[in-house]
Design a protein around this ligand. Structure first.
Ligand code: NAI
Length: 332
């Protein structure tokens, strides 16, 4: 059975090829994104395997259905890049990896907080130039601060456990609050109150119509002056232009993003010799209190192993008319 992969990097190929000994699938790997421009590359495949920035809109799904593709396997948790209604109508099964290592993403959020706070990236460069001055490196104790968590699912929970361990007060907003979490000391509040009370806000909800530009001028206005915002969710949770305006006035004191609204054009590529046409990200990266990482929060050895194992099991199960082992893996 042939599976055509899009958006693959050498580490994807190596990991999937290693796992294939137990499945004997035929793999075809493309580096390009899947989208209207590339869907014609799919030939005689029963499944396509895609990642966060592939575009599975109605026209792409129609083209896949016409080519007799039966399965779309997302090798990620989020599925905002796929038209679910169209997949249902076209009879394409869709699966994903609901949770591969929530800790990987939560730990990256912590890394972003600590880098922005204690400026270890600057200290690293400074001492290598024999500059041992502390001027400009002043941080703050995270202990005792109020941390707002938007979205308390798998990753939100892992993040909360870390921040409770650091002695923080946790306020949270979720469409579906988790009673068990309240017992651990988490205080669910309306979104506006979470935004008002937090020193650090971390986004762990999916991108949906409800959460599109959750962070915008009106919601930033509610926040404390000097607030730290961390986004490891999806780029479009933040109105980037509004964030830039608030960085300029100092209302946002620190911004850490692992995801970005226009990341499809940039992330996962080496563009170091190119002229970047996206002026918004260039402006963002000019702030000393902004940290951008290129969608790497998931990128740990353990997470990659889980992604590969669960994706292979999802495809193998669906093709054989069985339910995948992992609960929540099947979307359509
Ligand atoms: P999850 O499904 O376990 O949790 C999401 C939580 O958000 C749920 O508790 C849900 O009730 C809540 N939620 C849904 N709509 C909401 C709304 N309108 N307002 C507030 N809360 C809402 O998902 P998980 O695994 O925790 O992942 C969260 C997101 O993180 C994913 O959707 C994905 O976009 C992103 N992600 C980013 C990665 C990265 O490498 N940067 C890697 C993996 C996921």
């Amino acid at each position: 059975m042939k599976i055509t992969f899009f958006s693959t990097k050498p580490y994807d190929k190596d990991s999937f090829n290693n796992a294939n000994a137990s499945y004997n699938f035929e793999f075809e790997f493309f580096e390009t994104h899947l989208g209207p421009h590339s869907v014609e590359m799919v030939k005689n495949a029963a499944a396509v395997c895609v990642f966060v920035n592939d575009n599975l809109n109605r026209s792409v799904l129609e083209a896949l259905a016409a080519k007799n593709v039966k399965i779309v396997a997302l090798r990620c948790a989020g599925f905002n890049n796929l038209d679910m209604e169209a997949a249902k109508e076209l009879g394409i099964r869709v699966c994903r990896v609901p949770a591969y290592s929530p800790q990987a993403v939560a730990e990256h959020a912590l890394a972003m907080i600590m880098t922005l706070n204690r400026k270890t990236h600057k200290a690293y460069n400074r001492v290598r130039e024999q500059n041992f001055s502390l001027q400009g490196l002043l941080g703050f104790d995270v202990n005792g601060k109020t941390v707002g968590v938007i979205g308390t699912g798998n990753i939100g929970k892992a993040f909360i456990r870390i921040m409770l361990g650091m002695g923080c007060r946790i306020v949270a907003f979720d469409k579906y609050p988790d009673k068990a979490l309240e017992a651990t000391g988490v205080n669910y509040l309306p979104l506006e109150d979470v935004l008002r009370q937090s020193d650090i806000i971390s986004l762990h909800c999916p991108l949906t119509d409800d959460t599109f530009h959750l962070i915008k001028k009106e919601t930033i206005d509610l926040m404390k002056k000097g607030v730290m915002i961390i986004n490891t969710g999806r780029g479009k949770l933040i109105d980037t232009r509004a964030a830039i305006d608030a960085l300029k006035t100092g209302h946002i004191g620190y911004l850490g993003i692992d995801v970005y609204e226009q990341e499809e054009q940039l992330f996962f590529k080496d563009l170091s010799a190119d002229i970047i046409q996206d002026d918004v990200i260039q402006r963002l990266m000019s702030f000393p209190n902004v940290l951008v990482t290129a969608h790497q929060a998931f990128f740990t050895k353990e997470a990659l192993e889980q992604i590969v194992a669960i994706t292979c099991n999802n495809i193998h199960s669906l093709i054989n008319g069985k339910e995948p082992e992992v609960k929540g893996a099947v979307l359509v």
